[in-house]
Design a protein around this ligand. Sequence first.
Ligand SMILES: *[C@@H]1O[C@H](CO)[C@@H](O)[C@H](O)[C@H]1NC(C)=O
Length: 323
Amino acid sequence: MASEGLAGVLTAVLAGQGLCVQSCDSAPAGEPPAPVRLRKNVCYVVLAVFLSEQDEVLLVQEAKRECRGSWYLPAGRMEPGESIVEALQREVKEEAGLHCEPETLLSVEERGPSWVRFVFLARPTGGILKTSKEADAESLQAAWHPRTSLPTPLRAHDILHLVELAAEYRQQAKHPLILPQELPCDLVCQRLVATFTSAQTVWVLVGTVGMPHLPVTACGLAPTEQRGGMKMAVLRLLQECLTLHHLVVEIKGLLGLQHLGRDHTDGICLNMLVTVAFRSPGIQDEPPKVRGENFTWWKVTEEGLQSQLIQRLQRSSVVPVNR
Ligand SMILES: *[C@@H]1O[C@H](CO)[C@@H](O)[C@H](O)[C@H]1NC(C)=O
């Protein structure tokens, strides 16, 4: 097996880098999934958390009729042709008047593959805070508020958890800085670093059709896949090669994110860390048997890589992906 190539690939993915999506190892039954299109069959939202040195949070006051006057973090829908970072910068400029740079992804939230929100920790790099004199259709104004006494009413309380996540990250970063990688992709898909661990050995599930590679699973946009969420596509791929009722599968979270947004490619690839373990307790020295010939377990023998992987697993050092 091309173990050297795989070691390079795994190193890159653990470093938050991207890799071209060549083909998918698992796809929903029936029609091959159609390319995703923003505004047609998928909606991506970007959201920014800014935390000042004085522990203040940047909030914007909503202008939309249904929530006029309430406060929220700067956020909005991505437009066709934008990268994720460009969308974030545009929304922050429109709603808060500031230029910004994203520091890291903090969280990814999904309601099925067709609605995904990317939450960033960001820092202002210039511009002038929008005041009520500049109120327009985007927002009424923006203001910094102490993190522990946010104004009321809030448009929704889901931001409280995101603000806490940002504060925790500032205090002690649980994962490395992770930013979107600009790589084209036609679908919403996930590349899996699916691991099995015994004592101090780690195995990683590998696809064998073509060059050995980290397996990729395509998310469908049909209603059943929406209800199942992104997890469903992970379980589908694992089901195709493992006997899942003996096993516990845990989706730890995101190692990296790929998206281009130009040239009509609106797909995303989420590089995900997943663990597979036996349900029954006891010493398990070997990973579960793989059915068929399209997948195999690769034993990670490179010492540095193995310890890196074990550390990431033990600390859950990933961006959380929530439903
Ligand atoms: C293995 O992959 C080949 C080529 O993609 C495919 O035709 C075949 O159905 C797969 N086998 C199984 C058991 O899924």
